[in-house]
Design a protein around this ligand. Structure first.
Ligand code: ADP
Ligand code: MG
Length: 240
């Protein structure tokens, strides 16, 4: 579903990604892990064109999204993204946060958008919060709303960039549970995370980045029990 082909990215003279190639199949869940500054966020941002690769190509469903004439709006509609910080619209209720883009961007009727929003709030366990403002929610609740808001656009792919890193420890689990449910529902997902147990349990594959290179790619069991590269071994020793 996603094909990343020889992607490199530089910011000025700083080379951040070096010749990354990988594929993510429909329904696959890929965890992207690696040290801080290794290029994880940049890689994720290239997939929805928040960054443009300096070299290489990215295909989604066979369409080259990095082609000069690619329809960026259409591509972005296929892809939901959830960040470490939630960026909810503070002046809107939870329900309005979920219905705003479907109505404005996709032209869904208000009634249909609300019905969908309520269904999604139930799915993330927040049916009772439809009418409150984000300031009244805990961090974990805000992040679950952010996930529901992304899902309201009916994306085919969901990208997560350290979705639990800004949360108090007691709220991490509720967000990971929602993500696990989403994975089980067959969503195609790429997740940058430091939650190793989650990656091991939920991901089909681990991509380990270091210094902007895709150093190792393996099923979780293999990666966590017998990493091939010295760099992955050292990283895991620090993390586990
Ligand atoms: P990670 O998510 O693995 O921590 P990032 O992808 O955020 O890594 O960053 C990789 C490197 O690219 C870092 O050295 C970072 O400072 C640099 N970088 C990221 N975004 C930009 C940018 N917009 N301009 C300049 N440098 C950037
Ligand atoms: Mg990052």
């Amino acid at each position: 579903m996603i094909k990343i082909q020889n992607v490199s990215k530089s910011f000025g003279s700083l080379d951040v990604l070096h010749d990354i190639s990988t594929e993510i199949g429909r329904g696959d869940v890929v965890a992207i892990i690696g040290p801080s500054g290794s290029g994880k966020s940049t890689l994720l941002r290239c997939i929805n064109l928040l960054e443009t690769p300096t070299k290489g190509s990215i295909f989604i469903d066979g369409d080259e999204i990095t082609a000069p004439k690619a329809d960026v709006m259409k591509i972005r509609q296929k892809i939901g993204m959830v960040f470490q910080h939630f960026y909810l619209f503070p002046h809107m209720t939870v329900l309005d946060n979920l219905t705003y883009a479907p109505v404005k961007v996709k032209g869904v009727t208000k009634e249909a958008a609300e019905a969908k929003a309520r269904e999604l709030l139930a799915r993330v366990g927040l049916s009772d919060k439809a009418d409150v403002f984000p300031a009244r929610l805990s961090g974990g609740q805000k992040q679950r709303v952010a996930i529901a808001r992304s899902l309201a656009m009916e994306p085919e792919i969901m990208l997560f960039d350290e979705p639990t890193s800004a949360l108090d420890p007691e709220m991490v689990k509720e967000v990971l549970e929602v993500m696990k449910g989403l994975a089980e529902s067959g969503m195609t997902m790429a997740i940058v995370t430091h939650e190793m147990n989650f990656a091991r349990e939920v991901a089909d594959r681990i991509c380990f980045l270091d210094g902007g290179r895709l150093v190792e790619e393996a099923p979780p069991e293999e990666f966590f029990t017998s990493p091939r590269s010295e760099r992955a071994k050292q990283f895991l020793e620090k993390m586990l």
